[in-house]
Every structure is written in structure tokens, then in C-alpha cells.
Design a protein around this ligand. Structure first.
Ligand code: ZN
Ligand code: ZN
Length: 306
């Protein structure tokens, strides 16, 4: 990284205490093998098949509009608010029914079940805060290899650390059900799409949307750990998160990944003036109508983990 950017970045202490991952062995995050993961790979390829068929057979504006609007809704309320800011970081409070709805929408991205996604996030987050970690965990293997690894493979660590998931999630019957059935959770939306607009809407509203969500998640993950601005530097970390300004609207604010590495419990990701954060705007709107409260900010003391 250029020296002047590094010097400009504000140093932030590394937060690894009270983490869900527990390991005394820093080498545990380096030794491992990347292995082809058939289910993950077939899932994406099947969706890609449906998406390509839909683009060729049904090049309709109405189906494209459906793709864009359902994608935006799933990314904003599902991935950003439900999976990331609520389930993983518990960065705001809301009624239980709303939490379930947001997390269900998060499952619609098609990445994993809620518990699987949380495990992946926590392992990666903890590993990136060590002095070194496997290139799989820090998106450090180069663009094309990283694409193959993240979209079609899994990392099998030689000494996988324990990941403690609190009862609020691990003991929740709804989350355990979503974990077992996350691929099938596309069916209710697929049925609505079919009744509304036939196979054109299914191909665009489900298949193309899942392909865009899964590949977009990888693409942003790659850039957010390799290119972009550094406002903060987490001391001693194997890799720094990066802020990618031009993706702020597209990612619903998740592109402010440098801010997120610095303040993981903050419900607000865009911190400086001009750092657009649609997820934060939506949370403030929910707060105004009484559907969200206790929104965490970098300045506030971090809440304890249950
Ligand atoms: Zn990161
Ligand atoms: Zn996070």
C-alpha cells in the first residue's frame, strides 16, 4: 500500500477479545487446504444456467425491473440489515418478527444459511485480525484464483478453531430450520414469480438475482481487502478492510469495509460526511417509526456479546 495513505490512516486497536472464535494458536489460520466444494459449485452453476437461459429467452424489461427491485430489497433489508448488521453484529434492536423477516430476506441472497454465513464471517474476521492468515481468508491469492476459491471451493484448516455461537442464534429453532433448508427458501419467491410472470420472472427474479448476489458478494469481498481507501488501520492485522466509494449505493453501504473493520459493532458503516450508507438510512427510518432502537455507533460503548 502507498506509504502516504498508510500514514494518513488512523490507528485502531485490534479487537479480538470477546470474539466468537477462540484460538491460542495464530498458526491455526495459516495451515489449510482449499478443496473443491461440489454443492456450492453446482448451486451457483445451476443458477447461472437459469440466468443465462432467462437472458436469452426472455429479454423483457418487466423481468429486468423485477430483477433490479428484488435484488435491491434483498441486499438492503436482507443481507445488509438482516444477516450482517443484525444477526452477525447485533448492532441494533428490533421486534423478533422483524428480525426473522430480515434474516429470511438475507437467506434469499443464496450464499448460505444464517448460521453457516455467521460462521464464515466470524472465522474470516478473526483470521484477518491475526498477524497472518491463509490467502483464502484474506482474499490474497489474486483475482482469478480468488474467484475460483470463493465461488467453488472451501478452505479446510488443519486445526480449525472453535466458533462459539450464542444461544440467541444457535438455539433458535427458526434459524436452525433456515440453516437446513436455505436453498429451498428460494421456492416461495420462485412460486410468486411464476404466478406473476411465468418462467421469465423465475429466471430473472430468482436465478439471475442469486448469481448477481453471490458473485457480487465475492467481487466486493475481493476489492474490499485489496483495493480502495484506508481511513483507519487496525493494528497488527494480516489485512486491512478498504472503503470502495463507488460501491456505496450498490452494496447498501457495505462497501465502507475499512470503517467496518475499525468499528465492527457500529450499525452505521458510512461514517464521514458524503459516505452514503443506504443501510443506515433504512435503519434510521425504522427507528423513526419505532421498529428499531439501540443503534450502535463507533462512539458508543460496545455492547457485550450474549
Ligand atoms: Zn473484511
Ligand atoms: Zn461484519
Amino acid at each position: 500500500m502507498p506509504e502516504k495513505i498508510k500514514l494518513a490512516a488512523r490507528k485502531i486497536p485490534n479487537l479480538v477479545r470477546s470474539h466468537r472464535v477462540a484460538s491460542e494458536d495464530p498458526a491455526a489460520f495459516c495451515a489449510g487446504q482449499v478443496r473443491y466444494a461440489p454443492a456450492k459449485s453446482f448451486w451457483l452453476m445451476a443458477m447461472l444456467g437459469g440466468a443465462v437461459y432467462g437472458m436469452l429467452a426472455f429479454p423483457q424489461l418487466s423481468a429486468m425491473a423485477l430483477f433490479a427491485s428484488v435484488s435491491a430489497m434483498v441486499l438492503l433489508f436482507g443481507h445488509s440489515l438482516g444477516s450482517h448488521r443484525k444477526l452477525i453484529h447485533d448492532s441494533f434492536a428490533c421486534p423478533k418478527w422483524l428480525e426473522y423477516l430480515l434474516v429470511w430476506l438475507g437467506v434469499q441472497v443464496g450464499l448460505a444459511g444464517p448460521i453457516g454465513l455467521l460462521r464464515q464471517h466470524e472465522l474470516r474476521d478473526y483470521a484477518q485480525r491475526q498477524g497472518d492468515c491463509h490467502p483464502f481468508l484474506r482474499h490474497g491469492a489474486g483475482f482469478w484464483r480468488d474467484a475460483w476459491w470463493q465461488l467453488h471451493c472451501d478452505l479446510v484448516l488443519v486445526h480449525a478453531p472453535a466458533i462459539r455461537i450464542e444461544q440467541r442464534i444457535a438455539g433458535d429453532r427458526c434459524y436452525r430450520f433456515l440453516e437446513r433448508t436455505w436453498m429451498l427458501q428460494q421456492l416461495p419467491l420462485a412460486l410468486v414469480c411464476y404466478v406473476w410472470g411465468g418462467w421469465a420472472f423465475v429466471c430473472w427474479g430468482v436465478c439471475a438475482r442469486v448469481v448477481a448476489g453471490v458473485s457480487g458478494h465475492w467481487l466486493i469481498g475481493y476489492f474490499a481487502h485489496n483495493h480502495g481507501d484506508l481511513a483507519y488501520e487496525v493494528e497488527g492485522a494480516a489485512v486491512q478492510g478498504r472503503n470502495i466509494r463507488w460501491t456505496s449505493l450498490l452494496t447498501m453501504g457495505e462497501g465502507w469495509h475499512n470503517n467496518h473493520h475499525a468499528f465492527p459493532r457500529s450499525a452505521r458503516l458510512g461514517l464521514a460526511p458524503g459516505e452514503w450508507d443506504p443501510g443506515w438510512w433504512a435503519l434510521r427510518a425504522l427507528e423513526r417509526v419505532g421498529l428499531a432502537w439501540d443503534l450502535q455507533l463507533p462512539g458508543k460503548p460496545e455492547n457485550k456479546k450474549a
